[in-house]
Design a protein around this ligand. Structure first.
Ligand SMILES: Cc1ncc(COP(=O)(O)O)c(C=O)c1O
Length: 405
């Protein structure tokens, strides 16, 4: 959202690689910097402002004190890989051999990049469902692949296999699918996922799934991994993370589970991207995955309260939104409040003048013009923080009146 956020061209041979053309640093994280500069409450970037469970902090501190401070085995310490494989089996009936099929990565961001670099050849097409988390497009470009977008339609954001089929063609090599979905809050149903599975099988395509919010679902819903559907286990790279579930986004911990030969390819990429995830934090992650079911139940109940508070705030201040089914975001239409400004200008005004940072909807789209009159709010915050947002939004009508577009 700065004047020219894309990489400057340079001259002669002293210039950035052509694959960066049109790419820019993350808008979400740019909004965080703007929030810090203006002391705004940061509902832009998806991180909790409440602490992680004390058990896992103690496990991290104990690992450092014990001396677990050197490189680990590239794919992750065995107890963590075993915990990941056990969790996938217990929750979803998915069978992965921790010795061969699991890799611990530096966040889901790295896992997505490693997965795409592992399967995409130059010119291959990758289907990306819009709106999408910002890191998918750069990952496709790093691999010299070509993105093909399929846009979900507001307000229901349903996956319609008939329309999705138009994005598949002879050059399609992979689809990236995120459920529970950021930014819409959809948790895709079995019927919707079966439609995706049919297309993947018919076109012999790899599915790369981003399931980072699998433990944050609302109203008794259940997350369903695409890999658990018939015919999908052998063609899916299932990616998950610990940052959101355990409120440790700064620890940079994710993982990828895949069958051969995809797992070996991904492990090779991961080895040379980052060698391994932070050693002591891997020990804490193994402890985190062993937390009792009551922790996950409490987390869901707490998120239900935050969602309720956030929806009431939208209602009170004139933002239109669907209650999210999972994850901790809401996309809201602000056109009833300000029909003239686009999302970038609106998000900037909200951050600098009202003191509440959000993300312009357009940053979740690659198709120009989409997402213009929506902004995204991340509500992984203490209720007191959300109350402060409520108070600050009282000023919105006068700020809009004083700042005509
Ligand atoms: C859908 C989705 N994928 C990936 C990420 C990034 O995950 P990580 O912090 O583990 O790299 C996020 C973070 O907000 C996200 O919402």
């Amino acid at each position: 959202m700065s004047d020219d956020p894309t990489t400057p061209p340079g001259r002669g041979r002293v210039r950035p690689a052509a694959r960066l053309d049109g790419l820019r640093p993350s808008v979400i994280r740019e909004m965080t910097r703007l929030a810090l500069a203006h002391r705004a409450v940061n509902l832009a970037q998806g991180f909790p402002d409440f602490p992680p469970p004390p058990e896992i902090l103690e496990a991290a501190q104990a690992a450092i004190a014990r001396g677990d401070n050197q490189y680990t085995i590239t794919w992750g310490i065995p107890p963590l890989r075993e915990a990941i494989a056990r969790t996938m089996q217990e929750l979803y009936g998915l069978r992965f051999d921790p010795e061969r099929h699991v890799a611990v990565t530096c966040g889901v961001t790295e896992a997505i990049c490693a997965a795409i670099l592992a399967v995409i050849d130059p010119g291959d097409e990758v289907v990306i469902v819009e709106p999408f988390h910002e890191n998918y497009l750069p990952a496709v470009r790093f691999a010299a692949g070509r993105e093909v977008y399929h846009a979900l339609e507001a307000p229901l954001w349903e996956l319609d296999p008939g329309r999705l089929a138009r994005a598949f063609g002879p050059r399609t090599r992979a689809i990236v699918l995120n459920t529970p979905h950021n930014p819409t809050g959809r948790v895709f149903t079995r019927e919707e996922l079966e439609g995706v599975a049919r297309l993947c099988i018919e076109h012999d395509v790899v599915a790369i799934t981003d399931e980072i919010y699998d433990r944050i679902v609302h109203d008794g819903r259940r997350h369903l991994p695409l890999a658990s559907l018939d015919g999908m286990a052998e063609r899916t790279i299932t990616i998950g993370g610990l940052g959101k579930t355990f409120a440790v986004t700064g620890w940079r911990l994710g993982f990828a589970c895949a069958p051969e030969p995809l797992a070996s390819a991904l492990r090779t990429v991961h080895d040379f991207l980052t060698i391994c995830a932070p050693a002591p934090l891997q020990h804490a992650a193994a402890a985190a995955l062993a937390m009792p079911e009551s922790y996950f139940e409490r987390t869901r109940a707490d998120y239900a309260l935050r969602r309720e508070r956030m929806m009431a705030i939208f209602d009170r201040h004139g933002f239109r939104a669907q209650a999210p089914e999972g994850a901790y975001y809401a996309m809201t239409d602000f056109s009833g409040l300000d029909a003239r400004r686009d999302g970038e200008a609106f998000a900037r005004l909200l951050t600098t003048e009202v003191g509440v940072a959000v993300v312009p909807g357009s940053s979740f789209y690659g198709t120009p013009g989409l997402g213009r009159s929506v902004v995204r709010w991340a509500f992984a915050k203490r209720l007191e923080t959300l109350d402060e947002v409520d108070r600050r939004l009282e000023r919105l009508p006068s700020v809009l009146a004083a700042n005509p577009a």
